[in-house]
Structure formats: structure tokens, C-alpha cells
Design a protein around this ligand. Structure first.
Ligand SMILES: Cc1cc2nc3c(=O)[nH]c(=O)nc-3n(C[C@H](O)[C@H](O)[C@H](O)COP(=O)(O)OP(=O)(O)OC[C@H]3O[C@@H](n4cnc5c(N)ncnc54)[C@H](O)[C@@H]3O)c2cc1C
Length: 483
């Protein structure tokens, strides 16, 4: 077979592209995923609220409702198979007055239509299950099936599992042009030329620009930025549920939620922005603080680690765009995947891969293994088993990141897996080294040394994230890279 011929090429290594790759690997098929960054999960899939929404909110009979509800049901099992942190912590959508009460009761009707369990609860019960709340919080819609997941770990795990099952990944390669030639698509990147029978456009914020290379897009992405405040994991019981505000005419307010590592996030804002703008600013952060104080009074801002932002791929149509092009059959758009895209990702991956299976008449891959090799950590194994591990491999006893308790053994393992870490940020996303209070001040240099040693590259060429972000050239001289 021609070297650069693939049955399927997926453009974009976010959670949607990587999920499609993972589910496609259930079949005998030759697939390449192309991602322009040095790693997967570098854009929207790395900076969001990380909520596995229950599915009460999307309008009934929309793609959002269908994929959200299905994805929520699949998520626990998927995270077990892939060893990704997931917690079903439940969400509370809080009402403050009679108007909100009406909205919450309407949302409960909508939940019923979507086939989602949602319960209306009054103040006494509300404050019993979430004691951190302000006294002004009067009612709530309780969605017990809502959960939280680590979005970048999920994306990476999808890709690693896809690669374990035979899918190929090209990183640091940007798709520049797409043409149709008979039954095949011709794809030009900044590195090579490819042919494919089917192309999946999972390019997130850039999905309209990718489609434009082939045909006039029927949608446009109008990016909207969401800024956040991140608190340290100071107390696992401070806020147990994901707290949403009741949506009003002026918007959805902000949320407070634990993360799977028991940090807490406050946000997001919702403002027009450029696609690549992930900056944060003090006026937006002050707005978040003021709004969040309606939910919980004395938020311990002394625990703030950092602020961050993600950009929504907001389409000018009111639903996910998951469909094959009518003009160019074989070109499948997975575009405008805003929230609840993360929650929907396993269901979208399964659906799109089944579509391609039918189209290309694919056979089952009888060697497909849905399980990713376990990642050993002190928190997952517990002290006794971890001590056993140290006896077998002493590198697991050499703690590199003291804030998040990440060992040399874990870092070496993360580098040598499929879709392995090759940068400081790559290690951070996989293991949380550098995610803690000191933000890498103590461990970053050690992490660089391990990357250089394991990849057999000079220390001064170790990258923070993308090419051109050499840590020893920029970061330690005071020019800090973003994210
Ligand atoms: C503020 C905010 C909060 C959110 N909260 C939630 C939530 O709580 N729950 C939830 O379910 N969803 C949430 N979402 C939505 C969720 O994050 C997205 O639905 C999901 O991450 C979209 O994934 P994606 O793969 O489509 O896009 P991306 O993650 O952006 O991936 C697209 C990839 O395509 C690559 N690419 C683009 N152009 C090219 C090219 N020319 N060549 C090669 N590669 C290219 C990009 O580099 C990128 O890696 C939130 C989003 C935001 C911004």
C-alpha cells in the first residue's frame, strides 16, 4: 500500500478527534490523526470546566441532548477502561428567588424529555447536602448523574489507547490544504502530502477554516473566551458538588466545582475573543469573584494557584455540527463542539466511527483492547502497594514534584507510552507535576533533565510546550511561556 495513503485521516487532536480515533481502532482500518501542536489536548480540550454534564440542559431532540445524555452514561466505564480520573459528584443548579424557582421547575421538565434524572430540592435539604452554600441559596435542581473528569487526561488516554490498537499520530504537523480527486481526498500539510478515503474535520476552533479549504462552510465559528480562577486542593470537603447558577436572561452566571484532583475552579466568563487568545485579565477575574460570592461567601482566595482561560468554538448555529458534507461525501464535520462536548466525547467517537464503519464496510479488529495500561501513583495504589512498587523500581521512590507527589518512575513511564509526553507541559498534563502551589518552581528543572535523558536530546532543547519554547532559552531567563 502507498506510504501516505490512509482509509481515514482525522484533523485535530482534541478530545473529539482522539475519541473518534479510539473508537475507530475497534475496526480493521488504516487511520492517521494529524495535530498541529507538539502534543494532543493543547487547545479547548485542555482548558474547560471539566464537567460531565448530566444532560438536563440541552434542548430536547438536538444533537447536543442526544450525545450529552449518551456520553454521560458511557463516561464512567470509559474512564475505568482508560484509567482516567472521573468522579460522579452530582450538580446543583441553584435558585435565589421565585423567578429562578420557575426556571428550575421548567428545567426539570426538560430533563424528563431528555431522559435525565433531576430533582427539585428546597433550602433545608440543599444546605444539608452542600453546607458550604450561602444562606441566600434557596432552591436547587439536583442532577445526581453529573460528574467531573480530567479533560486532558481523557484526551491523552483516548489517543494512547487508539495507538495501542494501531492508529497513527503525527504531531507538530499542520493541515494546509484539502482537495477532492475522484473518490479520494488529497491533504497537504506543512510537512507532507496524503491521500484518504474519509476525512474527519475535528479541528475545533478552526473547523470552519478547515472546511473552507474544500467548500464554502455553512457555519462560522465565533470564538468566546472563558476565564477561570483555580484554587489549590486545600480541603476535599469544601465544596462537594458542581454548583451552577440558575440561568437568567443575562446569562448562566458562573460555576464553582471541585476537580478530580480536589482543586476548585471558579468560572467561566463568556466574552467574544480571538481564537488564540487565552489571556486572563483582572477585571474579568474580579467579575468572577463577585458573581461566585452569591454561591459561597468566604471563598478562600489565599488558595488561588493561578488563572487560566479556554476558548469556545461557538458556531453560528445552535447545535453541534456532526454530519457528512453533502457536496463532498466522505468529508465528515465534527464542528462547533462547544459544551457539553467533553461530556459527549465518547458518544460522538462511537457514533462517528460507526458511520465510517458502514461507509467503508469495515471488519471488526479482533485484537482490539479497550483497556489502557494502568498508571501507578501513590494516590491510586495506596501506601502499602506503593512501597512494594518502590522495592521493584526505586525510581518510584524518587519524588520529583513534591506538591502533587509525582515520582521519577511515573515521569519515565509517561514519556515511553504511546502518545507519550515530550515536553514539560506534556508531563504536567499527564501526571500533574508542576500543577501544584509552586507551579513547577521546584520540579521543572528536574523534569527537564529526565525528559532530556529519556529522549536522548540536549537539555537546552527540552520544550515547555510547542516548538520554539525551549525551557532553558526562555523560561529560566524570566520569559515565562503561557499555560
Ligand atoms: C470555557 C469552556 C468551558 C467548557 N466546559 C465544558 C464542560 O464543563 N463540559 C463539557 O462537556 N464541555 C465543556 N466545554 C467544551 C469542550 O471543552 C469542547 O467541547 C471540547 O474540548 C472540544 O474538543 P475538540 O476536539 O472539538 O476541539 P479542540 O480541543 O480545540 O481540538 C481541536 C484540535 O484541532 C487542531 N487543529 C486545528 N487546526 C488544525 C490544522 N490545520 N492542522 C492540524 N491540527 C489542527 C488544534 O490544534 C486542536 O488541538 C467547555 C469549553 C470551554 C471553552
Amino acid at each position: 500500500m502507498e506510504k501516505n495513503y490512509f482509509d481515514v485521516i482525522i484533523i485535530g487532536g482534541g478530545v473529539i478527534g482522539c475519541s473518534i480515533a479510539r473508537y475507530l481502532s475497534r475496526f480493521k482500518v488504516n487511520v492517521l490523526l494529524i495535530e498541529k501542536h507538539f502534543d494532543v489536548a493543547e487547545e479547548t480540550s485542555s482548558a474547560n470546566s471539566a464537567i460531565v454534564h448530566s444532560g438536563y440542559d440541552p434542548l430536547p431532540n438536538t444533537k447536543k441532548a442526544y450525545f450529552n445524555v449518551k456520553g454521560n452514561k458511557m463516561m464512567e466505564e470509559v474512564c475505568k477502561e482508560l484509567h482516567v480520573p472521573f468522579i460522579k459528584n452530582g450538580s446543583l443548579t441553584i435558585g435565589f428567588n421565585d423567578e429562578d424557582k420557575k426556571t428550575l421547575l421548567n428545567l426539570i421538565q426538560r430533563a424528563k424529555l431528555n431522559g435525565v434524572e433531576a430533582e427539585f430540592i428546597e433550602k433545608e435539604e440543599l444546605h444539608k447536602i452542600e453546607p458550604s452554600l450561602n444562606d441566600e441559596c434557596l432552591y436547587a435542581l439536583y442532577a445526581k448523574d453529573s460528574g467531573i473528569v480530567s479533560p486532558f487526561e481523557l484526551t491523552i488516554a483516548f489517543m494512547e489507547n487508539a495507538m495501542d490498537n494501531g492508529i497513527k499520530l503525527h504531531l507538530s504537523e499542520k493541515v494546509l490544504d484539502i482537495k477532492k480527486d475522484g473518490d479520494l481526498f488529497l491533504i497537504d500539510t506543512d510537512k507532507d502530502k496524503y491521500k484518504a478515503k474519509v476525512v474527519v474535520n475535528a479541528a475545533g476552533l478552526y473547523s470552519d477554516e478547515i472546511l473552507k479549504k474544500l467548500e464554502e462552510p455553512s457555519f462560522k465559528i465565533n470564538p468566546r473566551k472563558g476565564e477561570y480562577i483555580l484554587l489549590d486542593h486545600f480541603n476535599n470537603n469544601w465544596c462537594k458538588h458542581t454548583l451552577f447558577m440558575c440561568p437568567t436572561k443575562v446569562g448562566k452566571g458562573v460555576l464553582i466545582s471541585p476537580t478530580t484532583s480536589f482543586n476548585y475552579i471558579i468560572g467561566p466568563s463568556n466574552d467574544e475573543s480571538l481564537k488564540e487568545d487565552t489571556s486572563t485579565d483582572s477585571s474579568t477575574i474580579n467579575y468572577l469573584k463577585e458573581t461566585a460570592s452569591k454561591l459561597i461567601k468566604d471563598i478562600p482566595y489565599a488558595e488561588v494557584i493561578r488563572t487560566f482561560a479556554g476558548v469556545r468554538a461557538n458556531p453560528d448555529v445552535d447545535d453541534f455540527i456532526i454530519e457528512e458534507s453533502k457536496i463532498n461525501p466522505g468529508f465528515i464535520n465534527c464542528a462547533g463542539i462547544m459544551s457539553p462536548g467533553l461530556a459527549s466525547s465518547p458518544a460522538i467517537g462511537e457514533y462517528v466511527s460507526n458511520l465510517i464503519k458502514e461507509k467503508l464496510n469495515l471488519e471488526i479488529n479482533t485484537t482490539y483492547n479497550p483497556t489502557r495500561r494502568e498508571i501507578y501513583s501513590l494516590s491510586s495504589l495506596g501506601i502499602e502497594k506503593y512501597n512494594e512498587l518502590i522495592k521493584k523500581d526505586s525510581r518510584y521512590g524518587h519524588m520529583i514534584c513534591r506538591c502533587e507527589k509525582v515520582s521519577e518512575g511515573q515521569i519515565v513511564d509517561a514519556i515511553h507510552r504511546n502518545c507519550g509526553a515530550r515536553s514539560v507541559k506534556g508531563i504536567k498534563k499527564r501526571l500533574r507535576a508542576g500543577f501544584g502551589k509552586c507551579q513547577g518552581s521546584f520540579c521543572e528543572e528536574e523534569v527537564c533533565k529526565i525528559i532530556a535523558r529519556e529522549l536522548n536530546i540536549p537539555l537546552n532543547s527540552v520544550l515547555y510546550k510547542d516548538e520554539g519554547s525551549e525551557v532553558f532559552k526562555y523560561r529560566f531567563k524570566g520569559k515565562k511561556n503561557e499555560n
